[in-house]
Design a binder for this molecule. Structure first.
Ligand SMILES: *Cc1c(COP(=O)(O)O)cnc(C)c1O
Length: 376
């Protein structure tokens, strides 16, 4: 058990107490699988939030070499990191940009959504100053309520924007608020999106027409779309049932730091929310809520896998340490690896027990965890 050669070491040489293992090959396979199922559809892998916790640079390099149309990022800082990593795929900023961010976007030839005439005018002006053309995707709000031109503006949108001299509207974008929850609404939303596309088609070439994130891509056909923006599904966690062969690439691993036998009637962790009712063999493990192992998982009978044996976590999660009952794992030793997320500890169950969603678990995995990459 444990310690089989890939233990990440911190700079001073001692092994890390907890880390994330990412299989880069699997990430490439997941993109290929989506492509196989959707031939001809362009892809914008979404790599915001440190590539859903997997590590931005390493993940982007993999999908960069697979070929992608854009990388979806949350802000110019993430776009800059991609550029500094030598990634060729253009960053696409998924949300509104502040006025002071637009110059960098234009100067670097990045792309972004545009939601208002005022934004569009400013982008065009900046592009003129740089002797460039700002390439933007027209965002239309079909129900998300987060960004985009509202339906009342759709009639004029094309005409007004087409007059801006340094702007190239290369795409049109919208977003589903309920693709995994409300089929009727989502179908109506697709029809609305088609209407928006029709309103502006005569004005712009619209190479990129896109509305679907993971759930939309797996669950719906959107006939006029030429691109999709999968995040979660690409990381191998499809948010809705699918027969596609998408597999997780990430495992969250920690190590046992101490094993002791606690007598009956002994409290475990803060608040003494768990009290042993018999002698219990208790392992202390080197991960906590500071790493993103949520405190809301406390006392929820979360199962951790130690040497392949499921062991219940006991009591509350502390900042850097947790405890587990290893009475059923007599082989367990100090130094052993503990799988907290992985094939034997499915993330869906963890998210459910924490009262949250898989996206939040992944993106909450903290910077203290080294990312260890397996290749080939
Ligand atoms: C985050 C995001 C995505 C990716 O969503 P998933 O559900 O992870 O596939 C796609 N589009 C936009 C606009 C987003 O903000």
């Amino acid at each position: 058990m444990g310690g089989e050669g890939i233990l990440p070491r911190m700079r001073h040489g001692s092994p890390a107490r907890a880390w994330i293992e990412v299989n880069l090959e699997q990430l490439a396979c997941n993109l290929e699988e989506l492509r196989r199922r959707h031939p001809g559809l362009k892809m914008m892998p979404v790599v915001k939030a440190n590539a859903y916790g997997h590590g931005l640079e390493a993940v982007a390099r993999v999908w960069d070499s697979c070929g992608a149309s854009f990388f979806g990022v949350a802000n110019p800082g993430e776009a800059r990191r991609l550029q500094q990593a030598g990634v060729h795929t253009r960053p696409f900023i998924l949300g509104p940009a502040f006025p002071e961010e637009r110059e960098e976007i234009v100067a670097n030839g990045w792309s972004s959504i545009v939601s208002t005439f005022e934004e569009a005018r400013h982008f065009s002006e900046l592009a003129g100053l740089y002797g460039k053309t700002a390439s933007l995707h027209l965002c239309v709000d079909t129900g998300m309520g987060r960004a985009g031109f509202l339906p009342a503006e759709w009639e004029n949108m094309g005409k007004t924007l087409s007059r801006l001299p340094h702007l190239r509207i290369e795409g049109i974008v919208s977003h589903f608020p309920a693709a995994d929850e409300d089929e009727e609404f989502t179908r109506a939303q697709i029809a609305e999106f088609e209407r928006a596309v029709d309103c502006v088609r005569e004005y712009f070439p619209l190479e990129y027409i896109h509305i679907a994130a993971s759930a939309g891509l797996l669950g719906y056909a959107a006939p006029s779309c030429t691109m999709a923006r999968p995040g979660l599904a690409l990381y191998g966690f499809p948010p809705i049932d699918t027969d596609l062969n998408l597999k997780p690439a990430l495992r969250l691993i920690s190590r046992v730091t101490l094993i002791r036998e606690l007598p009956a009637g002994h409290g475990v962790s803060y608040g003494r929310a768990f009290i042993t009712n018999r002698p219990v063999r208790v392992a202390t493990i080197g991960i906590g809520y500071a790493d993103g192992w949520l405190r809301s998982l406390s006392c929820k009978n979360v199962m951790l896998s130690i040497g392949g044996v499921p062991c219940p976590m006991l009591g509350r999660v502390t900042m850097d340490q947790i405890m587990a009952d290893v009475s059923n794992a007599p082989e367990a030793r100090e130094g052993d690896e503990v799988e907290l997320i992985g094939p034997r500890a499915p993330i869906g169950q963890i998210a459910e027990k924490a009262g949250t969603i898989v996206w939040e678990i992944l993106t909450g995995l903290g910077p203290r965890l080294p990312r260890v990459y397996l290749e080939g």
